[in-house]
Ligand binder design. Sequence first.
Ligand code: SF4
Length: 446
Amino acid sequence: MALSGIEIFKLLPKTNCKKCGHPTCLAFAMKLAQRQASLEACPDVSEEAKKILGEASAPPVRPVTFGTGDKAVKLGEETVLFRHDKKFVNPCAFAIEVKDTLSDDEVSNLCGQVVNSEIDRVGQKLRIDAIMITNASGDAGRLEAAAKVVAAKAPGVPVIIYTENPQAAEAAIRLFADKRPILYGADASNAEAMAAIAKNNKAILGVVANGLNELSDLTEKVKGLGVEDMVIDSGARKAKDIIANNTLIRRAATKKNFKPLGYPIINFMQRPDSLYETLLAGIGVTKYASIVVMSSIEKWKNLALFTLRQNIYTDPQVPMQVEQKIYNIGEPKPESPFMITTNFSLTYFIVSGEIENSKVPCRLAVMDCEGLSVLTAWAAGKFTATKIAQFITDSGIEKEMANKELILPGYVAILSGSIEDKLPGWKVTVGPREANALPAFLKTRN
Ligand code: SF4
């Protein structure tokens, strides 16, 4: 049962010490009630209060770690229905289905695609996160054989074993027993046996039911059997049913704190038509799936889905930013060009990419403008002559430079005179307006 802000406030130390980053204990209590703060932020809360508040402040969608090591994926932990209320927490994982009816070479080839799927986009590593091995053959030995190929060819990649047959499940899941796999396929008919296998192998249990009523009964039953970590499937397969059920599950968990549906959702989007599959996967990304299973992972599809996922799981209230500092691109010498821009991630990665393309070693000063682009930061009074001059002076960069010359983005050419006034001895050169003109600009200066 969720506690109100006032009920939470009564359990806090009431010293208004501000260590939690809030001006008063009451303000912190209100944020806790809205699930916009974590109890850990208050270092002085008593053990007794922690116990009472722990349940109330736990995320309504249970956190579950899938896999181990640096490829482990955190699932769940979500607290809101709408991302304008608060950032969505853990990006959904993409999994490819590998059927055990495929030959070992075909399984091996798909593993290679997963291992090589990683791309770097605005500083984040994005990849296909998991492999689901499906017992399409119905044969326990074949499932185990396919699982052995996956274990050898995609080591470290989190694995889902999909079978309704406890005997087949047992043989395959034990290959990943220390790797936090998912055993998917528990339903009302086999829940006891599947729960026992999941427990023995420290696996997360994937439960499937026909609709939300059956699903909530099933998760309660499985919990009663001693399995806490689950991913849930309402059985929906049509787009409109997936949207409806995923939304109802998320709403029940976050708005009603309905624990039987407070688990990460797994959706199955495999379709013969790759474009339609991509569309369905996109629906899963935007509408509350924690795992989206697909039948293929073409590069074009990955790029579209990775970008969508990255955008959904950024904080809409906080622009993506990079650290304020002077970045060396290549191996700049004292006479190398010195440029400045703002710390909006996209600006930084586009500008630094174009400098790299030019093959001219440079220094790039990236100034903290709260993640705004050059023109926006200038219009907001965050990229001004005074602030730029202060940043350059404080950086001490002039000691490393042969000529005190600063190259300014063309969009803020208007600042050049006033920067020279505030930085005695410096020359300000106006660079191109668009980053794609940087290679030609830099080469003509060489
Ligand atoms: S850190 Fe704890 S005691 Fe201090 S203001 Fe925040 S809630 Fe109150």
